[in-house]
Design a protein around this ligand. Structure first.
Ligand code: G3H
Ligand code: 13P
Ligand code: ZN
Length: 330
């Protein structure tokens, strides 16, 4: 058993309180490898932003959970070396069982998500409550979820979102004791969040997706005022990356994300955590494709992963400064 406190990590309690008061959201960036982690930490130190490092099931399979935990421990030291001891949370993204959440708590994660959103309501409550009871004994914070995001793998349109039902949230919080709640108001995972036929074209001919359901968010905030809300699936899918990827041999079709101004608006509300993964994937892929096309004889991974890391850092800085408002909060 390792406590996250020994590793220099923090849970989300204090950070969410400050985010709520300050009207900003803390970035939750997924990482799977060293370059992503370096970019996240460097960007957040340079912009003086707190950060949540997220480990998904896919990341655990790809990189190994133990290794990722040591990397997060290293991130704390790396931030200090770069000159600022920013608050860093190590968070399990989309935990799907009690056993997985327990194993993360036991090995030094400071926050876990138990995602029972696909289960019938009562089963989601029971599973979430079980995780909260264990995690809270170790002062680890817990994120639960109500409502289901449409996923790219489902190949479904926005009509298939199961939006969060505001009438359930108070009961869910009371029965489970979660510290934050992920909700479904129209965001979705991956780079293809909307079909073109769901979008309209603005004056510049750019596809504009249907707006997020801020009316549902407002209803939820009325039911649970001051309670930290989480938005998953919040990549904006910058079109310059999509164009670069396609220009250099990629085949990304109809990749459309959440407009930044909607995320800015959400960050000013009770939304205290915004999850971003796909945008980082796009930034890295765009830069690597560009280098492969420009320098076909290059075979030193540092020569393409290094510039990809720089590109990622700039993307994350842009998020903290211009989208989430978390810059200059440390
Ligand atoms: O919510 C999903 C995240 O983007 C992680 O995805 O399981 O492919 O790492 P992944
Ligand atoms: P994106 O696919 O929009 O980056 O969402 C990531 C996410 O929600 C991770 O939990
Ligand atoms: Zn997610």
């Amino acid at each position: 058993m390792v406590s996250y406190k020994e590793l220099g990590l923090v849970n989300t309690r204090e950070g969410f309180k400050k985010a709520m008061e300050g009207g900003y959201a803390i970035p939750a960036f997924n990482f799977n490898n060293m370059e992503q982690l370096q970019a996240i930490v460097a960007a957040c130190v340079e912009t003086r932003s707190p950060v949540i490092l997220q480990v998904s099931s896919g990341a655990r399979k790809y990189a190994n959970q133990t290794l990722l935990r040591y990397m997060a421990q290293g991130a704390v030291e790396y931030a200090k070396e770069l000159g600022l001891n920013i608050p860093i949370t190590l968070h399990l993204d989309h935990g799907d069982s009690f056993e997985l959440c327990k194993s993360c708590v036991d090995m030094g994660f400071s926050s876990v998500m138990i995602d029972g959103s696909h289960l019938p309501y009562d089963e989601n409550v029971a599973l979430t409550k079980q995780v909260v009871e264990y995690a809270h004994k170790h002062e680890v914070t817990v994120e639960g979820e109500l409502g289901v995001l449409a996923g790219v793998e489902d190949e479904v349109s926005a009509e298939h979102h199961t939006y969060t039902r505001p009438e359930e949230v108070e009961d869910f919080l009371g029965k489970t004791g979660v510290d934050s709640l992920a909700i479904s108001i129209g965001t979705s995972h991956g780079a293809v969040k909307f079909k073109p036929e769901q979008c309209t074209r603005n004056a510049q001919g750019i596809l504009v997706p249907p707006p997020l359901r801020f009316d549902i968010l407002d209803e939820i905030m009325k039911k649970i005022p001051g309670f930290p809300i989480v938005l998953h699936g919040s990549s904006s899918v910058p079109q310059q990356y999509v164009e670069t990827i396609n220009k250099y041999g990629g085949a990304l079709k109809d990749a459309i994300g959440i407009p930044e101004e909607e995320l800015r608006r959400a960050a000013k509300s009770s939304v205290c955590k915004i999850n971003i993964d796909s945008d980082g994937r796009l930034a890295m892929t765009a830069k690597i494709r560009e280098i492969f096309a420009a320098k076909p004889s290059e075979f030193d991974p540092r020569k393409y992963l290094g510039p990809a890391r720089e590109e990622l850092k700039e993307l994350y800085k842009h998020k903290t400064v211009n989208v989430l408002g978390s810059a200059n909060r440390v």
